[in-house]
Design a protein around this ligand. Sequence first.
Ligand SMILES: Cc1ncc(COP(=O)(O)O)c(C=O)c1O
Length: 384
Amino acid sequence: MQVNFVDVKSQNRILKPKLLKRFGDVIDSCDFILGEDVRCFENEFAEYCGAKFAVGVNSGTDALFLALLSLGIGRGDEVICPVYTYIATALSISYTGAKPVFVDIDERTFNLNADKLESKINKSTKAIIAVHLFGQPANLEKIMDVAKRHKIKVIEDAAQAHGALIEKSTNRWRRVGAIADLGCFSFYPTKNLSGCGDGGIILTNEKKIYEKLLMLRDQGRKGNHRYLHYIMGYNARLDSLQAAMLREKLPYLEESNKQRQKSAKLYSELLETIPGVVVPYVDKSVKHVFHIYALLIRERDQVHKKLIDKGIKTAIIYHLPLHLQKTYKNLKYKKGDFPVAEKIAKNILCLPMHAFLTNKQVRYVAESLNGIMGIISVQKRKKQ
Ligand SMILES: Cc1ncc(COP(=O)(O)O)c(C=O)c1O
């Protein structure tokens, strides 16, 4: 049996007639740049997440970059982010001229360890980027509490967590991206909500920040005058074709997240008793949307190869944490500085996960993994 790691095709195939109709309407209208579909999608996504304002941009990376700029962050400033995340989180900080300051992660959730935050804060610290890694919300309550005490801002990197929820108080849930000062999303084609190219969005509840973001993404323009520019802005607009596709897909996000959660539950039930396998921990106060289903596993590289031989596409994500990437050698971190991230990076293995995974495929993956772990442990015992 063949089991793909992601499935970009199925949803697009099902929705193709509706998508083509929407694309046709955009082409006929020639409303390509910041058109009606962009405005509508911004409103619809803001409403879905429970935010007041949304600004569509051309990628998740630019969403983070512009969010930082909207807070006035630049050279001489420091911004804290987890050391274990996709590199775009840190790159967005570097693009502003500020210095990324890394913090180790929590061993169970793989998210920023809020207990290690305070020691990294100094008078240059202007913001914290909290990443909701793999679709599991970060510990925003604690992070925002620390930030409030030090009068610094919090940006949510929700690029992997469309629709994820945090329990605010008993049975009152809030969607990620609309909780901190700003929330940033990516619509890269493999994401839980995806376009047919690059795209992103920034959420905020503050009108002043919103107005600045509108100028930042559109070459410093304000209002309808095409040739009046007020600040150093960028060409970072979400285009109408992407927005049209995202509008068509947004109503299906809840259902596809539920499918992911169902597959994740079945994986965990089937795998949690296998020696040498640690299934994802999910905090009770969050709803994880499983952009990625990540195991910690003994003999990871061997298991990875053997699963691929059985037609199961697994992935080793972020095998080198950010402090060990050549891009950041100027920051002078060394091996051993972030022991949890380094340990996770050595043991992580991500199983196939998407909204079209069948129970049969999940069972096949789990049975194959079980068999492989059994063979490996017999071989190990023989060697001893
Ligand atoms: C955690 C995280 N942040 C930021 C980004 C950047 O998004 P984009 O690829 O749309 O620029 C990604 C994309 O994979 C991501 O996973």
